[in-house]
Design a protein around this ligand. Structure first.
Ligand SMILES: C[S@@+](CC[C@H](N)C(=O)[O-])C[C@H]1O[C@@H](n2cnc3c(N)ncnc32)[C@H](O)[C@@H]1O
Length: 183
């Protein structure tokens, strides 16, 4: 049997271009669709959000799912999109989570938080992460987003996407602070 070599095994903890620098902690707002959530998911999300809070303010906001109670996916997407657009302000740094977005390494997620906090990619007062509903995002959010990011090549349930996102945000902050979580 051939030995399988783990990439980067034995390597030192990898960092961000901002590791060790002072980063302005822009408040993070995570918007998800649906008022109810599985209790197991909620426990994990709360656990990571509590871990992130010492680094930056973080808020978990819920958009009403299918407010027009329509059977037409287009109507559902457009009505949910209103919830996102009503929340987003002009100077927000908006990251849309999308299965067809760009693929970021964890260190690049840390760079993204650093860029937003230092104003290197334009000024902003909040970071807003948008996770869509059952049929995904509409055109307005797509056009407004500063960046579209994928978390996996797999399509994830929106609650699973939230779990992955909060873990990656926590990981990003530990990378920025040079702490021993990311190896
Ligand atoms: C059930 S998915 C919607 C799938 C739909 N086909 C679409 O086009 O977005 C619900 C939401 O979870 C998030 N999501 C699902 N898979 C993802 C992935 N691989 N990367 C990033 N976000 C994802 C997106 O925000 C998506 O709008």
């Amino acid at each position: 049997m051939k030995n399988f070599q783990i990439p980067n095994s034995g390597a030192k903890t990898r960092g961000s271009k901002y590791t060790g620098q002072s980063i302005k902690p822009l408040p993070i707002h995570i918007l998800t669709v649906g008022k109810t959530r599985s209790p197991g998911v909620q426990l994990i999300v709360k656990d990571y959000m509590d871990k992130i809070k010492p680094y930056c303010p973080i808020h978990d906001l819920r958009i009403r799912s299918n407010p027009k109670n329509s059977t037409d996916p287009r109507v559902q997407i457009e009505s949910e999109e209103m919830g996102f657009m009503n929340f987003i302000k002009q100077d927000d740094w908006v990251v849309m989570l999308d299965e067809n977005g760009i693929d970021l390494k964890s260190e690049e997620m840390a760079d993204l938080i650093g860029d937003a906090g230092t104003g290197n990619k334009g000024s902003g007062s909040r970071m807003v992460f948008c996770i869509g509903g059952a049929y995904g995002h509409g055109m307005k959010v797509r056009e407004r987003a500063n960046l579209r990011v994928k978390l996996s090549s797999l399509v994830l349930n929106h609650e699973i996407a939230l779990v992955v996102l909060v873990e990656q945000l926590y990981r990003a902050w530990t990378i920025l602070k040079g702490q021993k979580y990311h190896h």
